[in-house]
Write a protein that binds this ligand. Structure first.
Ligand code: SF4
Length: 343
């Protein structure tokens, strides 16, 4: 049976999405996931695992920032060992060496090769399978290539792997985990030290999504003077030729096809958005999936319309937050913020 996976940016969100029809939830381990500010402290991860267990649902812990090789033994000992003991179902990972260690030390835990691995070929499936991945998440770049998803999903299933597709989320330039544009803004990166509930000190780099620190999202205000100032002309020209640089997408009409393909997990992104909107999106997808499973596709358009409305709300909030990030970028660079008509 297909699994609907939803975000848990807080304990409140964990409860809300699981009560709204999600089969599973993912939460970020403080300092180690790809979303700054919406991760859980160690004791909260424990609580989230308890909540999911009490509700008979599954939970995955996201540790999908790039993990420094030297940190791996400590994370195995002080994080993954606890998650396994507390009953987590899986860990979401990008760093291959970390994947390998989790798989070796905790064979009972699912190892999910994160969307940040940008898996879009048989070769990459082979590579991450050899690293110990048990679930393959396909790149956001494949969101309009359903046939290819079907082909790669069959390939992964034949290797005994599960497959996952993002049905709502943000598709970064060249795919989540595959964009390098943020690195032109390194002068505005900021080291952030976080102290977890068990005293463990972790470091993030704000501005660098690969280091778990979120991104200034310059791709969403590419005409801005600060972007022209920091990015080489040829790079900028190439990017301006792209029609869609970083869209929020949804695959609602595509649900029947994804179900026919036997995709194992359908994931909703959005730890950073208000709980009530995310819970409504989860409920709408739950109804849509259940209707499709019982072949009642006459409701498809009605559900798609509802999800589109909810996504508009998400988009509005995303652009407000992007505006704040742009201002922060100017501030970090010691520049005055010019007023733009729109971005
Ligand atoms: S938000 Fe934009 S700049 Fe940042 S990683 Fe995604 S596509 Fe690249």
């Amino acid at each position: 049976m297909v699994e609907l996976l939803a975000p848990g940016g807080s304990l409140e969100m964990v409860r809300a999405v699981l009560s709204s029809g999600a089969d599973s939830v993912f939460v970020g381990a403080l300092g180690f996931s790809r979303r700054s500010g919406y991760e859980l402290r160690h004791e909260e991860v424990k609580k989230a695992i308890e909540i999911a267990g009490e509700m008979g649902k599954k939970i995955y812990i996201a540790m999908n920032a790039i993990i420094d090789r030297n940190l791996i033994p400590k994370l195995i000992e002080r994080r993954v060992a606890d998650y396994a003991k507390w009953g987590a179902n899986g860990i979401i990972v990008k760093t291959p060496e970390f994947m390998k260690e989790i798989s070796k030390n905790f064979p009972e835990i699912e190892v999910i090769a994160s969307v940040g691995c940008h898996i879009d070929s048989k070769e990459k499936i082979d590579f991450f399978s050899n690293m110990g991945a048990t679930t393959i998440v396909f790149s956001t770049e494949l969101r309009r290539e359903l046939e290819k998803i079907g082909f790669l999903s069959n390939y992964a299933h034949n290797l005994g792997l599960k497959t996952e597709v993002l049905i709502t989320g943000t598709a970064c330039y060249k795919g989540v985990g595959n964009c390098n544009f943020f690195s032109y803004f390194a002068k505005a990166f900021e080291k952030i030290e976080l102290i977890d509930s068990d005293g463990m000190v972790v470091e993030k780099v704000f501005g660098n999504p690969e280091m778990g620190g979120g991104c200034y999202r310059p791709c969403l205000y590419i005409e801005d003077p600060v972007v022209e100032r920091l990015v080489p002309k040829d790079v900028l020209e190439e990017m301006k030729n792209e029609k869609i640089l970083n869209e929020r997408f949804m695959l609602a009409r595509e649900i029947p096809t994804l179900l026919d393909m036997g995709i194992d997990i359908l994931k909703i992104q959005g730890r950073e958005y208000p709980v009530e909107i995310i819970a409504s999106i989860v409920k709408a997808f739950r109804d849509l999936i259940d209707n499709c499973l019982s072949k009642r596709t006459e409701f498809l358009e009605q559900k798609v319309f509802l999800i589109e409305k909810l996504m508009e709300e998400i988009h509005k909030r995303r652009m407000i937050y992007t505006g704040n990030l742009r201002e922060k970028l100017y501030e970090k660079l010691g520049l005055k913020v010019p007023v733009l008509d729109s971005y």
